[in-house]
Design a protein around this ligand. Structure first.
Ligand SMILES: Cc1cc2nc3c(=O)[nH]c(=O)nc-3n(C[C@H](O)[C@H](O)[C@H](O)COP(=O)(O)OP(=O)(O)OC[C@H]3O[C@@H](n4cnc5c(N)ncnc54)[C@H](O)[C@@H]3O)c2cc1C
Length: 456
């Protein structure tokens, strides 16, 4: 048997941060990772640590988010950035603004941050174990007291007074997606680390946790349809970040969402449309500007339309709107409806906003007007789920009555409610909630150990 102060399950940014925070607080930590390598989706990411710039912006963008979590994440952001900077990992001097339309963040070397967290664990006498998936918690009289890892050599029991779940959410599990997100969500293209299949949520529920708000919403981006391949190296270049500057129609040729809400939001809305896909219509101006620029440092400047074409995506280009509509009609989109939609959109955009074909047109919307005109068929993807284990701002996992489950903590994409349709960032909230969980887990474990010594 292996005895520790704190067990952390999952070595992405949430788990690594929790493990480092617990180690820095004096705990002996076991960090257990399912895969052969460490870092989860964080290691595949663009490394931008960002969130809402202030509480008012958080409320505006995510009116149905858990405000207590939003307030604390925003309040802790500057200190978290300072902590990361102090490890020596690269952090940009100046912030990037208007990330995903409203956020503030810093470009970082995410691999160096993950490595610094692991160093903190081993420096404090902890262990880091790969190929050790955990699917069972040890519970004694209602208290979580450890976990069982399935190692290549068979099951191994790890015992500790505190256990942190940080398994990256349930974005890759078709059953949980169908149950919480909805009927077509199991067809979403998966844009995340392969390990993120909801183990944390399942274990938390088995230990008595409730579900959070926003169980049906998630983060992801529109990607070309169909795709010949979709591997981790494609996740960033295939994402159509510029879709907010296009006219987005469904397979009937109708609009169904205000595109300027941003790619990560319209990506969620298209799932409920016919065939769960749609067509981006844009002009050469958008192609030469937003489709080619780097949305923020780390995402890479590439021609996303050309990359989508090379990936096998269905596309069309024409010198006139009518010529484009005729080509898109060959994909099964009704030509008359699409023409009417584009005309209505142009009228509303020229009038400074309004309504066109079933959805609002924003005041700053710009209709396609510079030839050639382009169309790209796209489908939604999922990076991680916004719902999960409800937590306190101390990182404690909560039961349906809101009471902490003794010995159980959660962090990162395993927690739920911070983002809800609107997105408050992935890496920084995971790092920050990891600190909450790691510090609380260490405090509780070390208190318990000192009480045991006092009574001995
Ligand atoms: C291509 C891409 C780009 C991104 N870019 C950004 C960005 O620039 N900025 C941003 O804010 N967010 C970004 N994100 C999102 C960000 O990566 C996630 O929000 C973040 O990694 C979540 O952290 P996490 O620790 O909860 O999960 P992860 O980082 O995914 O880590 C979860 C880990 O848990 C492990 N695990 C799962 N189950 C078990 C188990 N049963 N036992 C043991 N281990 C287990 C997994 O194998 C994995 O290693 C991006 C994501 C992707 C895919």
């Amino acid at each position: 048997m292996n005895a520790f102060d704190v067990i952390v399950i999952g070595s992405g940014i949430g788990g690594s941060s929790a493990a480092a925070a617990a180690a820095r607080a004096g705990a002996r930590v076991a960090l257990l990772e399912k895969s052969a390598s460490f870092g989860g989706s964080a290691a595949l990411s663009a490394g931008m640590l960002w969130t809402a710039p202030d509480v008012e912006s958080y409320r505006r963008r995510i009116p149905n988010g858990e405000i207590a979590l939003g307030e604390r994440v925003v309040a802790d952001f500057a200190d978290a950035i300072a902590e990361v900077r102090a490890t020596g990992a690269r952090v940009a001097d100046e912030p990037t603004r208007d990330i995903m339309t409203f956020g503030i963040g810093y470009s970082t070397d995410i691999h160096a941050i993950l490595a610094a967290c692991r160093d903190a664990v081993t420096a404090a006498g902890g262990v880091i174990v790969s190929e050790a998936p955990v699917r069972e918690l040890l519970v004694d009289a209602g208290r979580v007291v450890g976990a069982v890892a399935q190692t290549p050599n068979g099951p191994v029991e790890y015992r500790a007074p505190s256990v942190v779940l940080a398994t990256g959410g349930f974005g890759r599990d078709p059953e949980l997606l169908t149950r919480y997100v909805g009927p077509q969500s199991d067809n979403l293209l998966m844009r995340s680390h392969v390990g993120n299949v909801g183990d944390g949520l399942r274990m938390a529920c088995a230990a008595g946790a409730g579900g959070s708000r926003s169980m049906a919403s998630y983060y992801g981006h529109l990607v070309p349809w169909p795709l010949e391949e979709f591997e981790p190296e494609h996740y960033l270049p295939y994402s159509q970040y510029y879709s907010g500057s296009t006219v987005f129609v469904n397979m009937r040729g109708e609009r169904f969402v205000d595109e300027t809400l941003g790619d990560e939001i319209i990506n969620q809305v298209v799932v409920g449309q016919p065939d769960s896909r749609g067509v981006l219509i844009f002009d050469e101006h958008v192609h030469l500007t937003e489709a080619r620029s780097e949305p923020f440092p780390g995402l890479g400047a590439t021609d996303r339309f050309e990359t989508a074409k090379a990936a096998g995506g269905l596309w069309a280009s024409a010198d006139t709107i009518d010529g484009l509509v005729a080509q898109v009609a060959e994909w099964g989109v009704d030509a008359a409806t699409l023409s009417a939609t584009l005309a209505a959109y142009r009228g509303a955009a020229e009038a400074g906003g309004g309504w066109a074909s079933g959805a609002p047109v924003a005041a700053d919307a710009r209709a396609p007007q510079t030839a050639p005109f382009h169309a790209l068929m796209v489908q939604p993807s999922i990076t991680f789920t916004f719902g999960g284990v409800p937590i306190s701002t101390r990182g404690e996992a909560l039961d349906p009555d809101g009471a902490p489950i003794p010995g159980l903590y959660a962090a990162g994409a395993d927690i739920g409610g911070l983002s809800n349709v609107g997105y408050a960032g992935g890496l920084a909230p995971a790092y920050i909630t990891g600190r909450w969980a790691g510090r609380s887990a260490a405090r509780a474990a070390l208190n318990e150990t000192s009480q045991e010594r006092t009574h001995a």
